[in-house]
Design a protein around this ligand. Structure first.
Ligand code: SF4
Length: 342
């Protein structure tokens, strides 16, 4: 199947897209004027990723869309901001998943070739119409997915091939793209950027800081002070907001902490919304259970520092940490000094 220029704009991670950019012979020095549309689009990709964890597809605008992707990836790397570097691959993966779901099967096969997948269209005598994917490709791309349905034991597996539906293939391809971009935003050697791009990098870092501030103002009631969170909770909170996976104890600690400082359940659920395997029903159930609104009706407390240390959840303890034994005690003390300081 031949991929069109519109396909390359939709899926700019493809080798053919890189080849297309090479033919355009665009160099970074050609992108120094402030209103350059490629630079503006790269900036927009990152702004949307930071604010909405998603990116609008503008695939009709191929000359801009295709080169803006590697530029956005470079700018994300140049921010050296861990939130942006997690958030950008996640947002591109979501955009790609939404597009792939609607593509014909042959196109999914073609795109999967980029990653050397052993993917085939299949239909079984039992009436299954879909795909088979070789199990090593399957396992590589399900390691981040927590839903039980992705566990290999829960799949139909015949001669090393896993049966998949089209949305599932789209999901795993998006996961592969996520990993591909994530590797690229982690590059250490970043070329010297022209002044206009340095300014964009600065603005993106600022936007990240401000959008975290906005979460503080609009998503939490006034009496919750994010700046008073202990280091362990700050780390868990940032990880959850950027869609990173939290361990079971990390998730429990964050949720029970937020419940105990009075954050409304809806706001707590929203914090987990960016996770790649977010499931609203399941998250609501867990949060309500910890808040004592279900089951035993017990409102759970977060574990003590001692327990958190044993489980590796105590990260970057500061001076105040040496005077307390519980994350809630830290919060109460810091909260008072924050409020009194205002
Ligand atoms: S000492 Fe306690 S409050 Fe401080 S970071 Fe560790 S677990 Fe959190």
């Amino acid at each position: 199947m031949v991929l069109t220029k519109t396909d390359l704009a939709k899926y700019p991670f493809l080798k053919q897209a890189a080849e297309y950019i090479r033919r355009l012979d665009i160099k970074i020095e050609d992108l120094t004027e402030p209103e350059n549309p490629i630079v503006l689009r790269a900036e927009q990709r990152l702004q949307e990723a930071i604010l909405f964890a998603n990116i609008t597809s503008l695939s009709h605008n191929e000359e801009i869309e295709i080169p803006s992707f590697p530029l956005a990836t470079l700018l994300a790397a140049a921010t050296r901001d861990s939130f942006i570097k997690r958030r950008y691959p996640l947002a591109e993966a979501k955009r790609i998943y939404n597009l792939l779901k609607t593509e014909p099967a042959e196109k999914l096969i073609e795109i999967s070739q980029q990653f050397n997948w052993k993917l085939s269209i299949t239909s079984s005598p039992e009436g299954f119409h879909g795909f088979t994917l070789y199990f090593t490709d399957y396992l590589r791309n399900t390691s981040r997915l927590r839903d039980k349905k992705w566990k290999l034991v829960n799949r139909l597996l015949v001669k090393g091939n896993v049966y998949l539906t089209k949305p599932e293939v789209a999901r795993l391809l998006a996961e592969e793209v996520h990993n591909y971009i994530q590797k690229r935003v982690e590059i250490k050697e970043i070329p010297e950027l022209p002044e206009n791009m340095k300014q964009i990098v600065k603005k993106l870092v600022q936007l990240t800081t401000e959008s975290r501030g906005k979460i503080k103002i609009t998503e939490a009631p006034k009496n919750i002070v994010i700046d008073a969170f202990p280091p362990c909770i700050k780390t868990l909170h940032n990880k959850a907001l950027s869609g990173s996976h939290l361990s079971h104890i990390g998730r429990f600690t964050l949720t029970s902490f937020l419940v105990n400082i009075g954050m409304p359940i809806e706001n707590i659920i929203d914090i987990f919304r960016n996770a790649s395997d977010f499931n609203e029903r399941m998250t609501r159930y867990q949060v309500e259970h910890i808040a004592g609104e279900r089951g035993s009706r017990t409102c759970y407390m977060p574990p003590k520092c001692e327990t958190l240390k044993t489980h590796g959840v105590c990260i970057n303890p500061d001076e105040l940490c040496s005077q307390i034994q519980h994350p809630l005690a830290y919060y109460r003390r810091k909260y008072k000094s924050e409020i009194q300081g205002k």
